[in-house]
Design a protein around this ligand. Structure first.
Ligand code: ZN
Length: 334
């Protein structure tokens, strides 16, 4: 008999659903595996008004009524306390800080946290979560995350009640850094940072489909991330940072950063945890710790995975997914 595991339906605590034609694909792929997901606001235009947030949420719900989008808004320089209050009343629980120029659609981001002091104060008062793409834009690409620690620590110190998420940890030094901060600080870890190293991006032929921000790093970094994911420490939970771009855009002279992982991230994580004898830690990492940090209920329902091979398509609606064309040893049980 095939091995099975039943877990609460996962929650993806960091997800880019994009817009337009792509939205139908991304929402349905996410809804297959995840009960809910933190929807990132770096659309064009950005989600930074209640009207846009509500319209985007309704569009997502119209495509997958059973999927719960946890909506975020994008912080902008000079954002007022009233603007944050208006966002909060539209049902959001988190604001996202993109350092200016650090990733997709972040040219209008924040140069220093001093530009958003009023907004951060309001977020702290309202109990909203601050989510940060932690990279210092002008630093050397492999040091960007590490060199952002100082800014992150300064915000944590200035707002002692503010809950903060260090998104998509990629550098082993960030694990130690977060371990030293209070429990109101947590970090998300992606499937691709747990599975890949820089060798997968440019060790042989350059592969634009696994190029993302922050860039996947070395074997020691991947080891440290795996240790954190397997540790059972509530501070570390799953966020796919699934961020699709069309194949044509990836295979161009200027490949955009972002990996489309959400269609197979859950079975890939089951495979990784099983290979390391950590399958009993999978549910907390994928389904429990993330919502708990946010103060949101985990999924009511469960999914069952069965140890049965499936092949990941080479292209899904014009997007090349993570591990395209490879097999994964777990599948969803009907
Ligand atoms: Zn992201």
């Amino acid at each position: 008999m095939e091995k099975e595991i039943t877990i609460r339906k996962p929650s993806d605590m960091h997800l880019h659903l994009r817009q337009g034609d792509m939205l139908k694909t991304t929402v349905q792929d996410a809804a297959t595996w995840f009960a809910q997901g933190v929807v990132m606001p770096n659309t064009v235009p950005a989600i930074n008004t209640p009207e846009r947030l509500i319209a985007y949420r309704d569009e997502i719900l119209s495509l997958a009524p059973d999927f719960k989008p946890i909506m975020s808004f994008k912080l902008y320089p000079g954002m007022s306390a009233d603007a944050v209050k208006a966002m909060a009343s539209s049902g959001t629980v988190l604001g996202k800080l993109y350092p200016a120029g650090v990733t997709t659609n972040s040219e209008d981001g924040v140069k220093s946290w001093h530009e958003i002091k009023e907004a951060l104060g309001a977020m702290s008062d309202l109990g909203l979560v601050l989510s940060i793409h932690c990279e210092k834009p002008d630093s050397f690409c492999l040091e960007r995350e590490y060199e952002y620690h100082q800014e992150f620590a300064a915000i944590a110190k200035a707002y002692p009640d503010l809950r903060m998420v260090f998104e998509h940890i990629s550098d082993r030094r960030s694990i130690d850094f977060l371990a030293g901060l209070p429990d109101r600080v947590a970090g998300t870890i992606t499937a691709h940072h747990l599975l890949l190293t820089l060798d997968d991006v440019l060790g042989a032929n350059m592969n634009p489909h696994v190029f993302c921000k922050p860039v996947v790093k070395g074997p020691k970094d991947r080891e440290a991330l795996r240790r954190a994911a397997f540790s059972g420490d509530k501070k570390f939970f799953f966020g796919s940072d699934s961020a699709p771009h069309l194949k044509t855009k990836k295979e161009s002279g200027t490949a955009a950063g972002g990996i489309y992982s959400s269609p197979f991230a859950v079975p890939l994580m089951a495979q990784l945890f099983e290979e390391h004898g950590q399958l009993d830690k999978l549910e907390n990492f994928m389904s429990i710790y993330g919502p708990a940090f946010y103060g949101i209920a985990p999924a009511a329902g469960c999914i069952t995975l069965v140890q049965k091979k499936s092949t990941i398509p080479s292209v899904i609606d014009g997007i090349v997914p993570l591990y395209a064309g490879k097999t994964v040893s777990w599948s969803l049980k009907n």
